[in-house]
Design a protein around this ligand. Sequence first.
Ligand code: FES
Length: 368
Amino acid sequence: MSDLTTRGGASAPDHGHGHGDVPADDLARPLYEGPGALPAADIPHRPRRSDFDPKAARRAERQVSALFLLSMLMVVLFVVAYVAIDPYADVYIPMFGVVGFQTFALGLTFGLGVFCIGAGAIQWAKKLMPDVEVVQERHSLASTSHEDVEAAEQYERGKEESGFAQYKIIRRTLIAALALFPIPLVVMLRDLWSPKNGSFGPSPVELLSTTAWVEDMPIVTDGTYVKIRPEDVPVGGLVSALPENIMEIQEAEHNLNARGKAAIILVRMEPDEIRAQQGDGWDYQGILAYSKICTHVGCPIALYEHRTHHLLCPCHQSTFDLADAGNVIFGPAARRMPQLRIGVNAEGYLVAKAPFAEPIGPSFWERG
Ligand code: FES
């Protein structure tokens, strides 16, 4: 048997913090004494202002309600931002630089919505719920025949002490705030819909079906941006590569989206080792180009085992056979690696011969 103490204040002696000599009878809300009540601990306690000043208690009540109302307002603003702001508009934010305006607005409103509910709940607990130290005797862990009765009593005590029934405006605003809270999650499901006639802008399928790769686009190395000749890719080697214009796109769009979508790997094997491709003659003298983005959940891949021609994703170990059209041979990926058709231009540099024939990235989007 030992004590489990919480804050208490039956007689509340002062310890230099003021208001310590306020008798318990003067508290705005007397200690709960119904079923399940616990005895007050015999320890020093400093009452809060809202314990003895009805005006302070009402002020705290208004503060809590205001926070819940603010949360509701943020949810409404979230929806407005989602519908009204151009998804491709940028805005300059000090310290962050140029960011997507809609993304910033959605994050800000959703974050503030969550914050206000949390802050309101904390304020409620700190200023209005009982600030009492009580003693609870530990009991045997074995179940008793009165367990259900005790649980009901504890529930009643919690309901009474929290003031859930007493503070009607808090209760109603909290319920309303929680009711509105799932709306952003539902609204964002719109992203899964394919637009009709482009009315909602490009769908995820369209976005991931379109990369910077177009016919005759030169292939450059990732990092040094040097055009690649076939002889630069050794048999058994792997080269990470990008389209030649990637830096221009990046600077124009102020983001890395195009780079993320267009990243490819070049591997070279003996032509007779290639068992299948995604299109006839899509290689160039044994050089194959595949998307670098895993079709599971989008990790970049560059772990290549040249003897087996297996490409291994480090995230969840999906394995693709690049000698067999990039098909999945192991792991959670549900779709093969998209292959890029390549060739050489008049100057002898490797180029794309066509855009990707299927969406790159997680296979989820393919079904959008
Ligand atoms: S992201 Fe590649 S296996 Fe999961």
